[in-house]
Design a protein around this ligand. Structure first.
Ligand SMILES: *Cc1c(COP(=O)(O)O)cnc(C)c1O
Length: 376
């Protein structure tokens, strides 16, 4: 079935009691027990399960082609649950180019818990293969990466992990299952910040883990969800499930706008470099063309004239709002190097753009105006 159909119909039925087409929100934290002590509705207690969460999880599993999913209160809560499903002393190889919060989580919390963490550049998979040890249990990557939009070959990374009995986990937040399906490419675990494209409207925080097999590993992820308690609230689940219905429409429109904007930026004299895998010159273009159905809606570019010029461009745009985060319907622009706690190696003339669903010609015109105004 097409992902467009799944996005609307997976785990979405009219209410059998009222006929309501839109799903209701079940706020109850506790559920009726029958005379014999059983739970006729199948639900017991809000932290362990909830109808809105169950529907969201079923829809997420369907969209990523997985066997099961677990929804969390944030992307980092989901990522935390995956690493804590391992054991202290286990070794993990993590791509250097990952979300800065994931890096901090590994360094500040999980290393102290006893996880043996090594960061490596995953563009060189041969070196990654050499770093695998008998106690290596997990390889972890993002592709495309943020904000440099590097590409990593997911199928090759999966083969490498499996050849030594490890699992591959892919944070698929930037591509979404509309453009890239890591489980079909060989990955075992997919992670999401639902805060981004799944919610899609910059109004809900959430995260998800989706797995290829409902095995012991997933049972431990589930245990982490219900015992650590980082569950998504009923309303948040409802918002994210609602967001999923339009995910394919939004993401394709956003990716088309990004392609158009990247082409414009590439030919602009005030821009020294554009990082977008849809461009033929991009070093990851071929890998992207192989494992993605379009090139995504995130791009970054470097402005001639250094940091001051880049900040002026960000300040001059009218349709691109200066803010962090990504994946919403509205376009955002951000000077990455000035975000606190960011990588000191970040080029200071780099702007990251999350392209929204506005008219592509309006976005290009706005960017043209900002680049012109900042050059004056
Ligand atoms: C935002 C983000 C996260 C963290 O998600 P939160 O919902 O903010 O906890 C993880 N990975 C990627 C790629 C992200 O963009």
């Amino acid at each position: 079935m097409k992902i467009d159909t799944l996005a609307v119909h997976a785990a979405h039925e009219p209410d059998p009691h009222t006929g309501a087409i839109a799903e209701g929100i079940t706020l109850s934290t506790t559920y009726l027990r029958a005379a014999d002590g059983s739970y006729p509705g199948g639900y017991v207690y809000g932290r362990s399960d909830n109808p809105n969460r169950a529907h969201l999880e079923a829809a997420l599993a369907a969209l990523e082609g997985g066997a099961a999913a677990a929804a969390f209160s944030s992307g980092l809560a989901a990522i935390h649950a995956v690493f804590q499903a391992l054991a202290p002393g286990d070794h993990v190889l993590v791509s250097t180019d990952i979300y800065h919060g994931t890096r901090a989580l590994l360094q500040e919390l999980l290393a102290r818990w006893g996880l043996d963490v090594d960061f490596m550049a995953f563009d060189d998979l041969e070196a990654v293969g050499q770093a695998i040890r008998p106690e290596t249990r997990l390889l972890y990557l993002e592709s495309p990466t943020n904000p440099m939009l590097k590409l990593i070959d997911i199928a090759a990374a999966a083969e490498l992990a499996h050849s030594s009995g490890a699992r591959l986990a892919v944070d698929n937040t930037l591509a979404t299952p509309v453009l890239q399906q890591p489980l079909a490419l060989g990955a075992d675990i997919v992670l999401h910040s639902s805060t981004k494209y799944f919610g899609g409207h910059s109004d809900v925080t959430g995260g998800a883990v989706i797995v290829k097999q409902e095995d012991d590993f997933f049972a431990r992820v589930r245990l982490g969800q219900t015992l650590a308690g980082g569950v998504a609230s009923p309303f948040d689940c409802w918002l994210i499930r609602r967001g999923l219905a339009t995910l394919p429409l939004r993401v394709r429109a956003q990716a088309a706008n990004a392609m158009r904007l990247a082409g414009f930026l590439e030919s602009h004299p005030a821009v020294s470099q554009v990082h977008y895998p849809g461009l033929k010159e991009h070093p990851g273009h071929e890998v992207a063309a192989r494992q993605m159905s379009a090139f995504g809606a995130m791009l970054s570019f470097q402005v001639r004239g250094g940091e001051a010029a880049a900040r002026r461009v960000a300040a001059e745009t009218k349709l691109f709002t200066q803010a962090t985060s990504l994946g919403g319907v509205e376009s955002l622009i951000e000077h990455r190097a000035s975000i606190e706690g960011e990588d000191p190696d970040m080029p200071d003339d780099l702007l990251r753009v999350s392209v929204g669903i506005e008219g592509g010609e309006d976005l290009v015109a706005d960017m043209e105006g900002a680049l012109g105004a900042s050059a004056k």
